[in-house]
Design a protein around this ligand. Structure first.
Ligand SMILES: Cc1cc2nc3c(=O)[nH]c(=O)nc-3n(C[C@H](O)[C@H](O)[C@H](O)COP(=O)(O)O)c2cc1C
Length: 196
């Protein structure tokens, strides 16, 4: 797959096929891509926990669902009252997180999350190339102590995301984003240029 197409079409895929297995080989490729990302001082603080065990997946999936349930209304109130596709898809993931064929948890002992998220994006792009959907989620952090207990994660290790991986049930659409001309300033904040 061409890199530009992967960048354009990599997005939060929250509806994943629970019955179509994801190979360990593909997970290794995804994690290899993650390991290529930069980190502060090249300290490479990220440790990736791959959760395959169905019982542990179900437990952390339940915790994710509870965490989402506790913040859902905040997001619902931000809308205009019309049915929101993002909310519906987030609800779906909250109900099914534990059924994703694999769940990735990037962790670190201390360190800055700025050294973790570049690896996540590399992982998402590699997964896209392989036809696998992913979604960056963080609300589990509201229940982080319980998630860590399920996964035997030491107290001084942080978990930065919960990333389901699986084959998408829906289509790969182009991610909707603001035009770059609107979000880019030149030389001074607020100074825009048209792109001729
Ligand atoms: C820092 C961060 C945290 C996020 N946390 C969650 C989350 O907890 N649950 C969720 O469903 N999506 C989460 N998302 C996904 C965003 O909602 C998603 O990237 C955004 O709506 C754009 O979606 P799209 O790429 O499909 O267009 C998170 C994204 C980021 C960057």
């Amino acid at each position: 797959m061409e890199l530009s197409e992967a960048i354009r079409t990599t997005r939060a895929m929250r509806r994943l096929d629970p019955d179509r297995p994801v190979s360990d080989e593909d997970l290794w490729s995804i994690l290899e891509a993650a390991s290529r990302a930069p980190s502060g001082g090249n300290r490479q603080v990220a440790r990736w926990l791959v959760v395959r065990d169905p019982e542990r997946r179900a437990k952390i999936g339940r915790l994710y669902g509870e965490a989402w349930g506790s913040v859902r209304q905040v997001y619902a109130d931000q809308g205009d009252g019309a049915p929101s596709p993002i909310l519906a898809s987030a609800d779906h993931l909250a109900a099914h997180m534990g059924e994703a064929p694999a769940i990735l948890i990037p962790c670190s002992r201390g360190g800055d999350p700025a050294s973790i998220y570049p690896g996540c994006q590399n992982a998402f792009l590699k997964a896209r190339e392989l036809g696998l959907g992913t979604a960056l989620t963080t609300v589990h952090r509201l229940k982080e102590a319980e998630v860590k207990a399920v996964l035997d994660i030491p107290e001084d290790v942080q978990t930065w995301a919960m990333i389901p991986v699986g084959y998408p049930l829906g289509r790969w659409g182009e991610a909707m984003r603001r035009p770059v001309e609107e979000t880019t300033y030149w030389d001074a904040y607020g100074e825009r240029r048209s792109r001729s």
